[in-house]
Design a protein around this ligand. Sequence first.
Ligand code: OMP
Length: 230
Amino acid sequence: MSESPLIIALDYPSLDAALCMADQLDPKRCRLKVGKELFTRSGPAVLEALHGRGFDVFLDLKFHDIPNTVAGAVQAAAEQGVWMVNVHASGGRKMMEAAAERLTQHGLKTHLIAVTVLTSQQESDLQEIGLCGSPAAQVERLARLTQQSGLQGVVCSAQEASRLKELCGESFLKVTPGIRPSFAAVNDQQRIMTPSEAMQAGSTHLVIGRPVTQASDPMAALAAIEAELQ
Ligand SMILES: O=C(O)c1cc(=O)[nH]c(=O)n1[C@@H]1O[C@H](COP(=O)(O)O)[C@@H](O)[C@H]1O
């Protein structure tokens, strides 16, 4: 269990590699995110292993399907005790409402949030899929829809967090990937911010992968980020 805003992304191709990283981290100082690659290889065993080590887990499978299918998937995730799970907001109101209602019906307390526009996308990427506004406008539209559908928050870039704080309020979760401390490489991210800028902008949680997991000393990288946030 942790009160830290930091969520470290365990983007690894095997359970062993993921646990090797988890064992270098402290469950009081961060939460962990399990995504598509790791979960597809390890299955629920990774959740059990991380819960057993005392970590809160964000299961990042970004569900996007018909309402009944997504509601079932979200229920399955929550019944395995994950702290947070997500869907794609572009799956629409009916899909998000069905997922939120399913958790309520079963008394499941897992946080349910929705991805707005991926942090790897910019305006030209949206145009190619027929979306003509800016990423910021699309994020606002999807965040409003997410809140109206009864979810607790969104995944967005930190560049949109301050606007969403005005629009959706402070307690609406703003989980922001695309975080790059000054010492880290940008990689494939587009809409990025440093950890302290992101918190000042209104992020409630920061998702950080490679700047920690590919550091020669991951705990030192985590400590440097914590120091920047003081
Ligand atoms: O849902 C996410 O976590 C997510 C959404 C998004 O828009 N952008 C994004 O990068 N992510 C995830 O956040 C993590 C970022 O990792 P790094 O780029 O290595 O810090 C990856 O696990 C991505 O899957």
